[in-house]
Design a protein around this ligand. Structure first.
Ligand SMILES: [Zn+2]
Length: 194
């Protein structure tokens, strides 16, 4: 089974949610159904400004409990996020995240993988990158281990996990991105001996 987590899916007035990831969900469902992939999509229902489900502070939430339960049945995991399409001449203030990442670098691509050295599964990452590169512009950017969900999946549950960030300016490409994700996972699950 594939587990997809969408932790920042509760819309809030501040805009501090992942609008692109919310809009991707129906495309992803359709594509995974078409490909016959067994999957679950776990959608966060908590305001990020109250508790960020992608941080260790969220480890005792219902979301984290559901995630643990689903990961026990999963062979692959994708943590799905999105980022605003800032322009290249945006100010530092608009572009640097709380964790110090510069979104201007991300915005050059349609899809960005945030990889954590020695944690992110290199095979799953490479397969997904190669697949998506045929359709859209892809980058991978090294990040740190504050991304609770993907780290938990890899380290505590031993489920190969990637963190995927969608450019919110690339919505027209979401159906094609979803189809490619489904193809890659379908192929990987098909090739794994049960
Ligand atoms: Zn996010």
């Amino acid at each position: 089974m594939l587990l997809v987590t969408v932790p920042h899916a509760k819309r809030e007035a501040s805009g501090d949610h992942d609008e692109g990831s919310i809009r991707m969900i129906p495309h992803l469902k359709r594509a995974l159904d078409n490909e016959g992939v067994d999957y679950e999509i776990l959608v966060g229902d908590t305001y990020r400004s109250i508790i960020d489900l992608n941080r260790g502070e969220a480890r005792n939430t219902e979301f984290a409990k559901d995630m643990r339960r689903l990961l026990k049945k999963s062979r692959y995991h994708i943590d799905l996020h999105s980022f605003p399409d800032v322009s290249q001449d945006a100010s530092e203030e608009e572009s640097i995240t709380a964790m110090g990442d510069d979104i201007r670098n991300w915005a050059l691509s349609d899809v960005v993988f945030l990889t954590i050295p020695d944690i992110t599964d290199p095979v799953f990452l490479e397969e997904m990158k190669m697949g998506l590169e045929e359709t859209v512009i892809v980058d991978d950017i090294q990040t740190d281990d504050y991304n609770f969900i993907t780290v938990f999946s890899q380290v505590a549950m031993d489920v190969p996990s990637i963190l995927l960030e969608l450019n919110e300016g690339s919505v027209q490409a979401y159906p094609a991105v979803a189809a490619e994700i489904a193809r890659v996972v379908g192929r990987l699950l098909g090739s794994v001996v049960a």
